[in-house]
Design a protein around this ligand. Structure first.
Ligand SMILES: Nc1ncnc2c1ncn2[C@@H]1O[C@H](COP(=O)(O)OP(=O)(O)OP(=O)(O)O)[C@@H](O)[C@H]1O
Ligand SMILES: [Mg+2]
Length: 285
């Protein structure tokens, strides 16, 4: 009997959070780096499905770095990065679009639909959702890498109103209709800002922001916006974590109330973060 009472307690503990987020938009950026294991992938999607069924409005934005690198490798091309962003020539942007909008996007849609809900996979091209211009990093041209200039929320709202879970691949177009690769972290924070999301969560392949990447016990569970620049300068934060923390800041600046980085490799880390008092991962405040 006790175990049933304990189960009921877990549900009751979730009640205030279910109330708080009822009808609210939660943007989840699912990093390609954390999409390696099928069991974990399915647990992440189950959490998203549960969020939807208890009245949240989840919007998924995904990456796919590992799949892109894998496909480029098969084509005999090496992946190169500059400050954590992929250097993207003409051939690479074609591969990026195929992998992100095709394979990765549709596999997430299928997982959601296997769990009984409806999802629609789009890229930022559809409905002119993500408009970009060429991004220069410290003045350096790294190819077809887009900087988000505008988000149109029309299509996303249309999907949400019709009870679909939007699944968005971070591909953008410029005024000339040229296709660009957009770092999924930037896409997610821009989308969260434009949607006035209540919460923005980055699911990645580490426990959170770590002081020493080799040591999980050095996790920074809370980071203040004014600490970010010095953490990057001191090289504590590097590679793919740079755009992520910058996007956390962006999210906060745009008025998103809760911004978190979570370990997407841990089963149900999303549920733990959202429905319990236990703080997992790194929170920005
Ligand atoms: N201080 C730090 N704490 C944690 N991770 C760090 C830190 N500095 C650098 N990193 C690196 O950042 C990586 C996460 O960024 P990465 O871009 O690889 O993943 P992602 O954004 O989740 O996936 P994708 O780019 O495919 O969407 C970690 O795996 C880690 O190697
Ligand atoms: Mg990344």
């Amino acid at each position: 009997m006790q175990k049933y009472i304990d189960k009921a307690k877990v549900l009751i503990e979730a009640l205030p959070y279910i109330k708080q987020f009822n009808g609210k938009i939660v943007v989840i950026k699912y990093g390609g780096s954390a999409m390696v294991d099928e069991v974990i992938k399915s647990s992440v999607i189950q959490d998203v499905v549960l969020m939807k069924l208890v009245g949240f409005k989840p919007v998924l934005v995904h990456g796919g770095g590992k799949d892109i690198s894998h496909m480029l490798n098969r084509l005999g091309k090496e992946s190169q990065f500059y400050n954590g962003l992929r250097i993207t020539d003409k051939e690479t942007v074609d591969v990026v679009e195929m992998v992100l909008s095709g394979k990765v996007n549709k596999s997430i849609v299928q997982y959601i639909q296997d769990n009984g809900l409806n999802a629609v996979g789009i890229s930022g091209k559809d409905g002119k959702t993500i408009k970009v211009e060429k991004k220069l990093v410290e003045g350096v041209d790294i190819g077809y890498v887009g900087e988000v200039t505008e988000i149109s929320t029309v299509l996303i709202h249309a999907l949400l109103e019709n009870d679909f879970i939007p699944v968005i691949a971070p591909i953008g177009t410029d005024d000339m209709g040229q296709t660009y690769n957009v770092n999924a972290d930037y896409a997610a924070s821009a989308i969260a800002g434009a949607l006035n999301a209540e919460k923005l969560i980055f699911l990645t392949d580490v426990e959170g922001v770590l002081r020493d990447v080799e040591d999980a016990s050095t996790i920074l569970s809370k980071i203040r916006p004014n600490e970010v620049e010095s953490l990057i300068k001191e090289n504590v934060i590097s590679g793919g974590m740079i755009p992520k923390v910058q996007c956390c800041l962006e999210g906060i600046k745009k008025g998103v109330k809760n911004v978190h980085i979570l370990d997407g490799r841990v089963e149900h880390s999303l549920l733990l973060e959202i429905f319990t008092k236990s703080g997992v991962g790194t929170m920005f405040f």
